[in-house]
Design a protein around this ligand. Structure first.
Ligand code: FAD
Length: 289
């Protein structure tokens, strides 16, 4: 392995200065749970690793109205945060589905999002919750809806000179119900398919809003727009046809990749099964936030 320099700036401005100088030759190091695997396997060849550990405050999680998860907040910190469990429980469920405690204790939510692995757990939940990603460079800041952040297989809208500073999740509307379900061969595996579903029920029980995020249904985490549309205005508690139609739409719009875990056709069937189950679980009362 070629020699890799390591630097640990003590402020965001310093991090951005290194990114300005090094561009594509620099890689941000958060918890290292994905980056070090890529390095070990020779899949990336950065000249410098920029550790975020020395930047104070990046591990902050704040919940005043909306939820802000800083770039160094670990999966465990998010999963166990009292406000996340109470008001964004769908995210806590997805964080709990990430591998084992050892991975969750070091890996970060933002690193997981920046890595953009198509079968990672949190992205589907974040799509369902309407999350945004905040990016900062030395010339300014921009905020993207999370589904626009993912642009291709393990590719994001992040420029080499940008840092993801936080993930933001809006306050969830009254009447929101949600669930994250993961389908994997063994408990610690990556998902074959993951579904984050959030529905909002009006006082009369009709669905006034729906958002469905999918992992493993294609090369990028995706939003199931046609499935969502099949739910709007329907009384979901007594309308299993609407749920079946939504599950079918999600499956037929998905473009899973066949691999050792199963053929594309099999995975498409699993999308249908798990969208239906996630919606049923959400409607059974699992709080979305
Ligand atoms: C054995 C194993 C099992 C796993 N199982 C699962 C699983 O079941 N489900 C799941 O969802 N995940 C799983 N993961 C991945 C895990 O969730 C990682 O923690 C996560 O993908 C990366 O977070 P990190 O903080 O370790 O990021 P790092 O590994 O440090 O970085 C990952 C990538 O993101 C970039 N990056 C990190 N932070 C920033 C930032 N602030 N701005 C810009 N770029 C940034 C890095 O440059 C790198 O390209 C597993 C990992 C391992 C090793």
């Amino acid at each position: 392995m070629a020699r890799v320099e390591y630097t640990e700036p003590s402020s965001i401005e310093e991090v951005l200065g290194v990114l300005d100088q090094q561009g594509d030759d620099a890689k941000i190091l958060a918890g290292g749970q994905s980056l070090l695997v890529l390095l070990r396997d020779g899949l990336i060849h950065p000249r410098v690793l920029v550790g975020l550990q020395g930047v104070p405050g990046l591990d902050q999680i704040t919940a005043n109205g909306e939820l802000h998860v800083g770039a160094m907040a670990t999966h465990t910190a998010v999963q166990t945060h009292p406000a996340v469990r109470a008001r964004w429980a769908l995210l806590a469920q997805a964080e709990a589905a990430v591998s084992a405690p050892q991975i969750r204790n070091r890996g970060t939510l933002v690193g997981n999002v920046a890595h953009a692995f198509p079968t990672a757990d949190p992205p589907a939940a974040l799509i369902a919750l309407g999350a945004q990603v905040r990016l900062r460079s030395s010339v300014g800041e921009r905020t993207l809806p999370i589904e626009e952040f993912f642009v291709g297989f393990m590719q994001t809208a992040l420029e080499p000179t940008e840092l993801v500073t936080e993930v933001l999740i809006p306050a969830q509307p009254a009447g929101a119900l949600g669930a994250y379900l993961k389908y994997a061969m063994r408990p610690l595996d990556f998902s074959i398919v993951g579904v984050g579903a959030r529905v909002v029920l009006a006082a009369d029980g009709t669905c006034s809003e729906a958002r469905i995020g999918l992992n493993g249904a294609g090369p990028i985490p995706a939003r199931a727009h046609r499935a969502e549309a099949a739910l709007w205005g329907r009384r979901l508690a007594s309308d299993s046809d609407a749920i079946d139609t939504a599950a079918e739409a999600a499956a037929s719009d998905s473009e899973p990749v066949g691999d050792i875990d199963g053929s594309a056709e099999y995975k498409r069937k699993m999308v249908r099964v798990f969208v239906r189950r996630a919606l049923q679980q959400a409607l059974a009362g699992a709080p979305a936030g």
